[in-house]
Design a protein around this ligand. Structure first.
Ligand SMILES: [Zn+2]
Length: 450
């Protein structure tokens, strides 16, 4: 086991606190300030730094610690921007970075300035110890992830693809999350993520007077079509990632449970397979989207309360769709049309489509991750997993860079829990930071040191 030591544990906390205090709420982002802060830490240690702005204030930092080049580079990555926080709703200031009750509080503390602080410390520790590396170790801290990465990783992958040339693998957000099934503890390693396919639904009908109702109002027709989406789970398919995950989870109980799960998955009996793998009822509900293309009604527009007596001639709905790897925009829109029926026009909204992605789950970095977790958290297993959301991985995987989500958090004991990503009172447990640094440092050391 290779450990960074206490001094560096303390540095992670300090760096995270400083990063939280630099307000990078997106929009507008202002990530350059955070990138410059990191450059100020890394440059004196002899680490090569580039800050690349896609637009004024939208800074992206690429740091490189040189190895001999005997093996291809590894990259740690994270986004510098955060979602908005309303200070009035928070128990402690969202941009204070204060420590209370064993947690660092603040927007970005779990999504995902903690990963950037941990990664910066790994580079600093390896540089200070002059650890000989067989490959370059990169840190990419990018802008604009919370708005799709158009000014961040999306921009870099289009305008500066050479930065990522030959990168063997990248470690990103989206996994490393502990979960329990029965007596067993697992850590997710994200090898797949869902894509996005957003749509606009429109209905038209003759307008008229509110005193004369009809069954074919644009509003009523739209409501009827939308209600056919039911709970928003469409299709149903078992990806390679989630198929393997379910069998591994079941196997922790018994081989016969694993065989039963495999059989159920083969018949596409998803909920039954989740149950047979040992998941509790509330977890089954939470994991179902990982097996379906999904549609959530998130916006509605029709009429005007000022004209409550007027029947509007048109009604519009906005539906956030999330699709499994392998699904296409045409395929998903067709599913929606089948559900919505003849009377509604459904089209892709604003070009908002990106496909789901899967990285190879037999890569050597995954073997390293599995070994390290088995040593740092005895009895726990690492399983491949899918992220229901979308991360910057979508910009890198098409360049040929496999991206794995693995920001290790420590399982909470009963009765302790902090608020997570995007939530009011977002905070990170100090023990999780310590665990995260220990685990990631060891992974990087084993993968990169000579
Ligand atoms: Zn994030």
């Amino acid at each position: 086991m290779h450990l960074p030591g206490e001094k560096w544990q303390a540095r992670v906390i300090e760096i995270l606190q400083e990063l939280i205090r630099i307000d990078t709420t997106n929009p507008p982002g202002n990530e350059t300030a955070a990138a410059q802060y990191l450059a100020g830490l890394l440059t004196p240690a002899g680490i090569e730094i580039k800050i690349i702005e896609s637009a004024p204030g939208r800074g992206n930092l690429i740091a490189r610690l040189r190895g001999t080049g005997a093996a291809k580079p590894m990259m740690l990555m994270g986004h510098l921007d955060v979602v908005a926080a309303d200070a009035d709703e928070w128990t402690h200031p969202p941009f204070g970075g204060d420590i209370h009750d064993g947690f660092v509080w603040g927007r970005g503390s779990t999504d995902m300035k903690q990963m950037i602080a941990i990664s910066a410390v790994i580079l600093l520790a390896l540089a200070e110890r002059e650890t000989p590396l067989k490959r370059d170790l990169l840190l990419a801290a990018s802008a604009d992830e919370e708005h799709g990465g158009r000014q961040g990783m999306g921009w870099l992958s289009r305008e500066r693809p050479m930065l990522f040339r030959d990168v063997e693998c990248a470690i990103n957000e989206g996994g490393g999350t502990p979960f329990r099934v029965g007596e067993h503890t697992f850590f997710t390693c994200q090898t797949a993520e869902k894509g996005v396919c957003r749509s606009r639904w429109m209905t038209y009908a003759k307008g008229g007077h509110g005193a004369y109702p009809r069954g074919d109002l644009s509003t009523v027709t739209l409501a009827r079509a939308l209600s056919r989406l039911d709970d928003g789970h469409l299709g149903g398919r078992v990806s390679e990632t989630m198929g393997r995950a379910m069998v591994l989870v079941a196997q922790a109980t018994s081989d016969s449970a694993a065989r039963r799960v495999e059989k159920l998955l083969g018949k596409n009996k998803i909920e039954a397979a989740l149950e047979a793998a040992g998941f509790a009822a509330e977890d089954i509900g939470r994991h179902r989207p990982l097996f379906y293309d999904t549609a959530s009604l998130t916006g509605l527009r029709a009429g005007d309360p000022q004209s409550i007596n007027v029947i509007p001639p048109s009604a519009t709905a906005y539906v956030d769709g999330r699709i499994l790897p392998g699904q296409t925009s045409d395929g998903f829109l067709e599913l929606l049309r089948q559900a919505g029926g003849q009377d509604v026009q459904i089209e892709l909204y604003n070009g908002q489509y990106s496909p789901g992605l899967e990285s190879p789950s037999d890569a050597s970095i995954i073997r390293t991750i599995r070994q390290v977790i088995a040593e740092h958290y005895p009895g726990a297993q690492t399983v491949p997993w899918m992220c229901a959301g979308s991360t910057d991985a979508k910009h890198l995987i098409p360049l040929g860079v496999p991206v794995y989500g693995f920001v290790p958090g420590k399982p909470f004991p009963q009765g302790i829990e902090g608020a997570g990503a995007h939530a009011v009172d977002e905070c990170v447990w100090l023990e999780s930071l310590e665990f995260g640094l220990d685990v990631l440092y060891d992974i990087v050391y084993r993968f990169c040191a000579q």
